[in-house]
Design a protein around this ligand. Structure first.
Ligand code: DX5
Ligand code: ZN
Length: 226
């Protein structure tokens, strides 16, 4: 995985057909997805449950791009090796998930993955100030994590602070929650380069009729291009 700051769209399969993940991943990649975003929830750190390492390992066979795994679980450390074995390219842990995020990021890299750190809306940018050389991606949550399709919470000022803080370091700024053609332009202008989108990508389409996935991603890209 080489680093660049061109804007990438990472569809969240939380909005896909849960009975058909393999075909959904292939369909959305064929329609132009840059990365595939996989939301792991434990019913404890967030009030919802999704899937664990064996399911993520099964998704891997269908992902040709980058598998971006967002852990909304606590604790994280006991599961790092399982997600490495599942084939995660990027593994993101929440700064709020435990007392030792520094150790967690070191362990993720030691297991051979890119290390991401996520910030809930209520957590300030300064929470990652001393982690910048240990992280490859900062995920700014623009909803309270747990569910797709929630109302966007404006975190533009936080994104600008992070972009200044990062400087020349090869660290992505990812936005997660409520990204659509209305919210994307301000986020890209503030310095975001990875846009996760669930409902705004999958709405209106299906494995049998995937063209809307492509149209939805084109509409997001068109909103900030030029
Ligand atoms: C929320 C998840 C998101 C979610 C985004 O907890 O982390 O990735 O799927 O969904 P939308 O784009 O519908 O807000
Ligand atoms: Zn996510």
């Amino acid at each position: 995985m080489s680093f660049d700051r061109t804007v990438k769209i990472a569809p969240s399969i939380l909005s896909a057909d849960f009975a058909n993940f393999g075909a959904e991943i292939e369909a959305v990649e064929a329609q132009g997805a840059d990365w595939i975003h996989v939301d792991v929830m434990d019913g404890h750190f967030v009030p919802n449950l999704t899937f664990g390492p064996p399911a993520v390992k099964a998704f891997r066979k269908h992902v040709k791009t980058v598998m971006d795994v967002h852990l909304m679980i606590a604790p994280v450390d006991p599961y790092i090796d399982a997600f490495a074995d599942a084939g995660a390219d990027i593994l993101t842990a929440h700064v709020e998930a435990g007392p030792h995020i520094h150790r967690t990021l070191q362990a993720i890299r030691a297991a051979g993955m890119k290390a991401g750190v996520a910030l809930n809306p209520g957590t300030p940018a300064q929470a990652v100030e001393h982690l910048l050389d240990l992280t490859d991606l900062i995920c700014v949550m623009t909803v309270n994590p747990g569910f797709g399709g929630q109302k966007f919470i404006d975190m533009t000022a936080k994104v600008r602070s992070l972009r200044d803080m990062i400087g020349d370091r090869p660290v992505h700024i990812e936005i997660d929650g409520g990204v659509d053609p209305n919210t994307a332009p301000g986020l890209v202008d503030a310095g975001a380069d990875v846009l996760v989108a669930g409902s705004a990508v999958f709405r209106g389409g299906s494995v049998e009729n995937p063209t809307p996935y492509g149209d939805n991603m084109k509409a997001i890209r068109a909103s900030f291009a030029g």
